[in-house]
Design a protein around this ligand. Structure first.
Ligand SMILES: Cc1cc2nc3c(=O)[nH]c(=O)nc-3n(C[C@H](O)[C@H](O)[C@H](O)COP(=O)(O)OP(=O)(O)OC[C@H]3O[C@@H](n4cnc5c(N)ncnc54)[C@H](O)[C@@H]3O)c2cc1C
Ligand SMILES: NC(=O)c1ccc[n+]([C@@H]2O[C@H](COP(=O)([O-])OP(=O)(O)OC[C@H]3O[C@@H](n4cnc5c(N)ncnc54)[C@H](OP(=O)(O)O)[C@@H]3O)[C@@H](O)[C@H]2O)c1
Length: 247
C-alpha cells in the first residue's frame, strides 16, 4: 500500500493558461534527481493520483512540480486551483529509473524534453553529480509557443556558471522565434542540423541521450536514433537511449 503524506501548498505560479508550478511543503523520503512521485487529491470521495517528476533537486525545499493542465484532465485541472495553505497528498517514496546512476559510462549527456518533460532535467542539472560525471551537457526544450518556454532564468544561470560545457537549445514549433529551432526534435536528429547548430556531434562512442515528455516525440526520436546506430539502454544490454514517457 502506498504511504501518503499530507503536503501544504507553499506557492502556485500560473505561467500561462495551461502551465503552472506548485511548490509544496511535505516530508517525503529521500529521492534521486530524475525520479517521480505521485501527487493526489480526493475528488468526489475518490483519491485521484498521477505520477509527477520532481523539478527541485533532492536537497532543495519546498518540493517543486511543473504541470500542464490537460484538456478535461481530472487531476491537473483540480491542482491548478489550489491556493497557498491548501492540502495535497504526496506519495512518501519516489520511484523511477530516469536517473544518472542508470546511465552507462560516456562523455556527453543529451537531455531532450517536450513541455513539462523538462522537469527531471532541471532537478538533475541542479545536482553536482552531473557536472562531475560528464564533459558536455546538452539540454533541449521543445514547446509549441514561446510562452511555454519556462525556467529560462535557471537555464541562463547554468549557462553562465558552466559556459562551454553546457549547451541549451529551445524549439518553438508553432511560432517563428529568433534563436530557436522552428519544428520538431526528430527531424533535426535525422538531418543532424541540431548538432551543426550546437557544434557538438552525437556519437555512439561518446553520447547518451535521454528523452522525456510527449510519447510521440520519444518514439519518433528513438526510431531516428536507431537508424543512426544508437540503441535503447537496458541494464543487461547497455545502450545509448533512456526514455520517460509522460502519457
Ligand atoms: C513518470 C511520469 C512523470 C510525469 N511527470 C509529469 C510532470 O512533471 N508534469 C506534468 O504536467 N505531467 C506529468 N506526467 C503526466 C501526469 O501524470 C498526468 O498524466 C497529467 O497531469 C494529466 O492528468 P489528468 O488527470 O489531469 O488528465 P487525464 O484525464 O489523465 O488526461 C491525460 C491526457 O493529458 C495529456 N497529458 C498528460 N500529461 C501531459 C503533460 N505533462 N503535458 C501535456 N499533455 C499531457 C495526454 O494527452 C493524456 O492522454 C507524468 C507522467 C509520468 C508517467
Ligand atoms: N499547449 C496548448 O496550447 C494546447 C492546446 C490544445 C491542446 N493541447 C493538447 O495538450 C497536449 C499537450 O500539449 P503541450 O503543448 O504541452 O505539449 P505537446 O503537444 O507535447 O507539444 C510540445 C512540443 O512537442 C512537439 N511534438 C509533438 N509531437 C511530436 C513528435 N511526434 N515528434 C516530435 N515533437 C513532437 C510539439 O510540436 P508540434 O507543435 O509540431 O506538435 C511541441 O513542440 C496535447 O495532447 C495537445 O493535444 C495543448
Amino acid at each position: 500500500m502506498p504511504q501518503w503524506v499530507e503536503g501544504k501548498i507553499a506557492e502556485n505560479i500560473h505561467w500561462t493558461s495551461n502551465l503552472f508550478t506548485l511548490k509544496i511543503d511535505a516530508e517525503v523520503d529521500e529521492f534521486t534527481a530524475g525520479q517521480f512521485t505521485s501527487v493526489a487529491l480526493d475528488i468526489g470521495g475518490e483519491r485521484i493520483a498521477r505520477p509527477y517528476s520532481f523539478l527541485n533537486p533532492p536537497d532543495q525545499r519546498p518540493l517543486e512540480f511543473f504541470f500542464y493542465t490537460a484538456i478535461d484532465g481530472k487531476l491537473s485541472n483540480a491542482l491548478v486551483q489550489l491556493k497557498v495553505g491548501d492540502s495535497v497528498w504526496i506519495k512518501k517514496q519516489a520511484t523511477g529509473f530516469f536517473v544518472l546512476n542508470e546511465i552507462p559510462p560516456c562523455k556527453d549527456i543529451w537531455m531532450l524534453g517536450t513541455g513539462t518533460g523538462i522537469a527531471p532535467y532541471l532537478s538533475i542539472l541542479n545536482t553536482p553529480h552531473i557536472w562531475e560525471r560528464f564533459e558536455k551537457i546538452v539540454l533541449i526544450h521543445a514547446v509549441r509557443t514561446q510562452a511555454d518556454l519556462r525556467y529560462q532564468e535557471l537555464i541562463t544561470h547554468l549557462k553562465s556558471k558552466f559556459q562551454d560545457r553546457f549547451f541549451f537549445q529551445a524549439f518553438v514549433s508553432r511560432e517563428n522565434i529568433e534563436g530557436t529551432f522552428h519544428g520538431r526534435i526528430p527531424a533535426t536528429l535525422k538531418e543532424k542540423s541540431l548538432e551543426k547548430e550546437l557544434g557538438l556531434d552525437l556519437t555512439i562512442e561518446n553520447s547518451h541521450i535521454m528523452l522525456c515528455g510527449n510519447p510521440d516525440m520519444v518514439n519518433d526520436s528513438v526510431e531516428i536514433l536507431k537508424s543512426r546506430g544508437f540503441s535503447k539502454h537496458r541494464r543487461r544490454k547497455p545502450g545509448h537511449i533512456t526514455v520517460e514517457n509522460y502519457w
